[in-house]
Design a protein around this ligand. Sequence first.
Ligand SMILES: Nc1ncnc2c1ncn2[C@@H]1O[C@H](COP(=O)(O)OP(=O)(O)OP(=O)(O)O)[C@@H](O)[C@H]1O
Ligand SMILES: [Mg+2]
Length: 300
Amino acid sequence: MRIAVLSRNKNLHSVRRLLKECRARRVECDVINPLECQLVVDGKQSRIVVAGRILPHYDAILPRIGASITEYGLAVVQQFETMGVFTVNSCEAIAQSRDKMSCLQILAGAGLRVPKTVLTRSRRSLENAVNAVNGLPTILKVLQGTQGVGVMLIHTPISLGSVFDTLQGLGQDVMIQQFIAEAAGRDYRAFVVGDRVVAAMMRTAPEGEFRSNIHRGGQGQLVRLKPEIERAAVRAAKKLGLLVAGVDLMESDTGPLVIEVNSSPGFEGIERATGLNIAGMIIQFIKKEANRRKRSRRRI
Ligand SMILES: Nc1ncnc2c1ncn2[C@@H]1O[C@H](COP(=O)(O)OP(=O)(O)OP(=O)(O)O)[C@@H](O)[C@H]1O
Ligand SMILES: [Mg+2]
């Protein structure tokens, strides 16, 4: 079995963990930097060239595309797909989950419960937008933030107007979202592999902070999710077409809400909080799934 991880940096914690677990399972694993990939479209000879060398055939590709190279990274994932290679998270799944508004639209369209959210470019109807999400204080988010950067808590109309104008001025579309104050800085990160939650942690924001991201100083602890939250996490990943996903959920007065879904979730924090070998579970799943697909291709 030969697989590849698409990542710019083989020294990243998550990539080193994946490489270690591949070695432990005798899976050959290359780390390919998407930015070094030359994509050649040439009918049946379509190929990917890195440093003048045509890449070999892989049984599976695990995309770990960083937020800053989404567009080029997705072109590389799509090239592998059009060459018939199994991509664990598909180009479409990554694209529709990475844009927070498209993610919420798809989840809400599938009947999953998400926070009230408004996407608007109209300065004049800003007040209506805020009223539609339970008023102030409210949350503003850019569409492609990560690690809590791009998530803002707004208390006053004056702050709202100035922050909105600034983000629009920077060419950033802005989501206005109900502030789930009752969660008191706690949320859940459910780690989905295939069709099940393999690990979950509750994250608690540090003093003076509302965002519970580990990168913002949040504390993670192992939790057993309530069945309805676990079901929502699995359904959210499935609806978006992700086979490996980090689903963020929050408890609200009206029940659990899916906040967002990450297609390249880190696992340093959740492996530390849970003591579980998540990298190992991912490689085990890829082995099984790639073999299953190989067998079904042979049957055709
Ligand atoms: N509507 C909300 N109400 C209250 N708190 C929220 C809300 N949305 C997000 N948060 C808090 O802010 C954190 C970051 O928000 P979100 O997950 O949307 O952004 P992110 O930067 O993409 O995170 P990630 O690193 O998981 O990709 C959440 O983990 C949660 O603690
Ligand atoms: Mg998040």
